[in-house]
Design a protein around this ligand. Structure first.
Ligand SMILES: [Zn+2]
Length: 228
């Protein structure tokens, strides 16, 4: 079972114990609540509400806790991030693979026995579609604002960069993992890569362009690296 407190997922485990215990666990600052077997949900929620400040304070030390990350095993109960919000992953057996967003839950449908690689691929296919939709909507906006336009773009899984720009071919690449971060961060990366169509490096002229079109770009950039 999972509960949420201020957007932070809390894993709930029922045990043969007398009192509730709350933990913030390394290495990522996961929150776990152990409760007596017959404890009512409302009582747990009230308890978590009363400890919200304590949870935030104890998670603060874990840099990773603030940063979206991909599920580890793609199993029910894990967190899955979408546009900066942690949602609950629910895995269901189905002959047809696919992902459906249902309120605060992400339903991952995979055939029985699907391994972690298959699950990850199904989720990434879904994320790719969502990100492509978002870019198809936002890129024309920034092209119109700046008067710059690319010839083509694509979404790729990248491990070290949020985006890239092939200046000669006027082609942009966007990191698939942007789908896990707030939409404002995607806007920053789109504008960043579009501005490279005019200025190839990150010198003063480049920063002047960013400042002109997005005065708070530094805050958005910091958010992407967990320093926001
Ligand atoms: Zn750049």
């Amino acid at each position: 079972m999972q509960l949420m407190i201020d957007g932070i997922p809390v894993e709930v485990l029922r045990k043969s114990i007398k009192n509730m215990h709350l933990y913030v666990l390394p290495p990522d600052g996961r929150v776990r609540l152990t409760v007596p077997k017959r404890m009512a949900r409302q009582e747990m929620e009230e308890f978590l509400q009363s400890r919200a400040a304590w949870i935030r304070k104890n998670r603060a030390g874990y840099a990773a806790a603030a940063l979206p990350f991909e599920p580890e095993r793609f199993e029910t109960g894990e967190r899955i991030w979408l546009w900066g919000r942690p949602l609950e992953l629910v895995v269901e057996e189905s002959s047809r693979s696919g992902v459906v967003l249902e309120g605060e839950r992400v339903l991952l449908r995979v055939p029985a026995g699907a391994d972690v690689e298959r699950r990850r691929q199904t989720v990434r296919d879904w994320q790719r579609e969502l990100l492509k939709e978002a870019i198809a909507e936002r890129l024309p906006f920034w092209e119109a604002r700046t008067g710059l336009s690319c010839s083509d773009w694509q979404v790729r899984h990248m491990t070290s960069r949020w985006g890239s720009c092939n200046v000669n071919r006027r082609k942009l690449n966007f990191n698939l993992q942007l789908v896990m971060h707030p939409p404002g961060c995607l806007d920053y990366v789109i504008l960043h890569e579009v501005c490279h169509l005019q200025v190839a490096d990150h010198g003063p002229l480049f920063k002047t362009l960013l400042d002109a079109y997005m005065p708070d770009w530094r805050r958005r950039k910091a958010l992407l690296s967990g320093r926001g």
